[in-house]
Design a binder for this molecule. Sequence first.
Ligand code: 5AD
Ligand code: FES
Length: 350
Amino acid sequence: MTKPDRAEIIRLLSITDKDELDKLFKQAYATKLQHVGNKVYFRGIVELSNICKKDCYYCGIRSGNQNVDRFVLSKDEAVSSALWAYEQQYGSVVIQSGERDDEQFVDFIEDIVRTIRQKSNNELGITLSLGEQTEETYKRWYAAGAHRYLLRIETSNRDLYAKLHPADHDWDYRVGCIRTLKRLGYQCGTGVMIGLPYQNLEHLADDIMFFWEEDIDMLGMGPYIPHDDTPLARAIPDYNEEEHLSLALKMIAVCRVLLKDVNIASTTALQALKDDGRELGLLAGANIIMPNITETKYRTNYQLYRGKPCLDENAGMCRGCLERRISAIGEEIGYAQWGDSPHWKKTHGK
Ligand code: 5AD
Ligand code: FES
């Protein structure tokens, strides 16, 4: 893939004219059809625990937030959610959690991954989204059967990263994790938040350059949405949902046009800003949806940002809802398939 042109990215992200915007989304959609097709792949997401040792200034489940009831799913709960997704032919699950690196947690994940693989006849794909870990831990989880990993860089700019995190959160270590994951053979996803406090279009353009330079297989990006119990709650006094949504959709479209064959998720945060936000994400070039399969009783305790949707729904309701929404925009769901990133397949000769 040719190196993206930074100035061109900034020009595209600056578009406000409606016709020009339509043209960008159409071009992104055509690129998607050509390089990844019109199938949407599901990754059922299990929110395993909201216990987190990190204290990111934007996140609702940061360790410093005292207003959260902390939970950890039991092994049975986690495994049965994943197997529900398997029975529903979702193809893949994502296990996501607040960050922990103690031995007990590392063992617990290894055990869950191994059990899900066994009980699904090695058919269910397993993605982990469990933050920064040592190479040893990533190796153990890979050996247990996880094959994809999501670790958002949050922003590719070191200085901006430093404004959004306490001093002991280390951007360079995080980038090192992404490189380690790739070296170990994981399909690696990263991403950023869009419309963060202090962030400008240059930062976002550099984020796309970062995705290209790091040769990323999968992208998960969403709008930044303030959470009331965080230090950044009032950092953007004139927070405008429509503008944040529009910028996030432009990022998806520009990534599709320039990076072409990567998997791009249409994230739940898009829907938090507008009821049909995820459908708009698919129409702007995304091809992955991550339906929430967490038991309803835990959902309210896993709020990273304000206004998270589907808190009262259960996994079955989300499935039906998504089927209707996806067929309404003329797309198909790729049931019972892993839906690997074509980018990854190409670079790994598959
Ligand atoms: N708004 C939007 N996304 C957020 N995340 C955390 N807090 C927020 C917020 N306030 C995202 C981060 C993290 C992912 C799990 O959730 O990008 O990587
Ligand atoms: Fe959960 Fe629509 S996706 S109700």
